[in-house]
Design a binder for this molecule. Structure first.
Ligand SMILES: *Cc1c(COP(=O)(O)O)cnc(C)c1O
Length: 423
């Protein structure tokens, strides 16, 4: 039966989003408070309160409010002493903002392949990377789609090599690993309040650390590095990265709703999982024994046997319709017809044109040695599984509409749209 006959798909009007802001009212009160007191600047009560609440929530000594998550990551690079010519190990399957700040400081990101258990940095590949580049001292670790990475294993490897972790918890605010909040594991942690994140200030970010010197440094650098003098005096390069007190008001108003948003996202994830039970697909996985994601985005991975003929070039994908099979492009196109916004999996950094000649390390060593005779994600390792895990997940995966305002009825239509693709 056609979806149109089965459902009143007009309930999608105007559109179903991947993840959009959800406001509650308090945001406006705190913004108005900033307005009424004329703290329309980058200092004020909202910033202080937001920093204090998040320090406590995440379990770190200091949180410094900044204008974006990207600026927090940039500040973390500087704190870590990343300098021109250095190599930095980075998550590969992530958003470009995880790695761009490495380049801002003139260093070279080395991309570490992902594992299938959480889609995050593969500890085995990280070990290989230290064999190839034993002098690396900084690891940038992201928790993709709100799912914590294998933190214990990665921390252990980092410790063995005297390296530090910069934690990119931009997508994972509120997620925990062994009961501790993500963002508290790295020597420096970064979170984001961009409009599509689990809570938002429209924009905004925060650097997290237990070290007083680091918090002081970031406060100084982010306010143009002004020295203590009667005039504008600068010993160091400065940045205009501080958080706005109006934006902090929005974040402050959102904070009491973080757990509610997580519960809604979790319900969405579980409804999809149930709805796809008998299809040749799996949901984005996590380590249920040790971690609790924030379920920011629900994603699908199509089994190999469930994939129709499908080819991707640099900026185009094509497929052949086959019975009982589908592919990300077919599903995304079917959803778009009903104004539902899915998204391909973030394209791995090692496949990005800008980073094409940067080093990439898989669990078997340099991933740049994979011959051009193979399509991305096609080459198998010694264990018989795809060697380039990021490319494989990119090829077979997609992000589903995961907005916390999604109703069960709307979600049922989405589930039927996916099911139809596998008819
Ligand atoms: C959103 C995001 C960032 C950047 O945060 P902004 O606040 O948008 O600058 C960094 N890393 C990851 C993984 C993200 O998803």
């Amino acid at each position: 039966m056609f979806i149109e006959e089965k459902h009143n798909y007009k309930s999608f009007e105007p559109k179903l989003y991947l993840s959009s802001p959800t406001m509650h009212g308090e945001e406006l009160l705190y913004m108005k408070d900033a307005f009424d007191k004329n703290w329309m600047t980058t200092i004020g009560e909202n910033i202080d309160a937001t920093e204090e609440i998040l320090q406590k929530k995440i379990g770190v000594n200091y949180g410094v409010g900044l204008c974006t998550g990207t600026s927090a990551l940039h500040m973390a690079m500087k704190l870590a002493g990343v300098k021109p010519g250095d190599k930095v190990f980075c998550s590969d399957l992530t958003f470009a903002a995880t790695v761009n700040p490495v380049v801002y400081e003139g260093a070279t990101p080395v991309f570490i392949d992902s594992e299938y258990d959480t889609w995050n940095m593969d500890p085995t590949a990280l070990r290989k990377a230290f064999e190839i580049y034993p002098d690396v001292k900084v690891i940038v670790l992201a928790h993709l789609y709100g799912t914590p990475a294998k933190l214990d294993e990665i921390q252990k490897i980092a410790d063995e090599h005297g390296a530090i972790i910069i934690e990119d918890a931009a997508e994972s605010l509120g997620a925990t690993y062994k009961g501790k909040q993500t963002g508290s594991f790295g020597r420096f942690g970064c979170i984001s309040f961009n409009g599509n994140k689990i809570i938002t200030g429209t924009s905004g970010g925060m650097l997290l650390t237990n070290e007083e010197w680091a918090a002081k440094k970031v406060k100084k650098w982010s306010t143009q590095s002004r020295d203590d003098a009667p005039w504008y005096q600068h010993e160091e390069l400065g940045y205009n990265y501080r958080m706005s007190n109006v934006i902090a008001g929005v974040v402050r108003g959102q904070l009491p709703y973080l757990e509610e948003h997580i519960a809604q996202k979790k319900a969405i994830y579980e409804r999809y999982k149930e709805g796809f039970k008998d299809l040749p697909v799996t949901m984005n996985p996590f380590d249920s024994e040790n971690s609790e994601p924030n379920y920011w985005l629900s994603c699908l991975l199509i089994d190999n046997e469930g994939m129709c003929r499908y080819a991707q070039s640099e900026n185009f994908a094509a497929f052949t319709q086959e019975h009982h099979k589908s592919c990300p492009t077919e599903i995304l196109e079917a959803m778009l017809k009903y104004k539902a916004e899915g998204r391909p999996i973030w394209k791995p950094m090692h496949m990005q044109p800008i980073y094409r000649n940067h080093p990439f390390v898989t669990r078997e060593g340099s991933g740049r040695d994979i011959s051009d005779a193979y399509l991305p994600g096609e080459k198998k390792g010694k264990d018989g599984r795809p060697l380039d895990v990021g490319a494989d997940i990119f090829r077979r995966g997609l992000c589903l509409p995961s907005d916390n305002k999604l109703t069960p009825q709307q979600q049922d239509i989405l589930i039927d749209i996916v099911r139809n693709c596998f008819e």
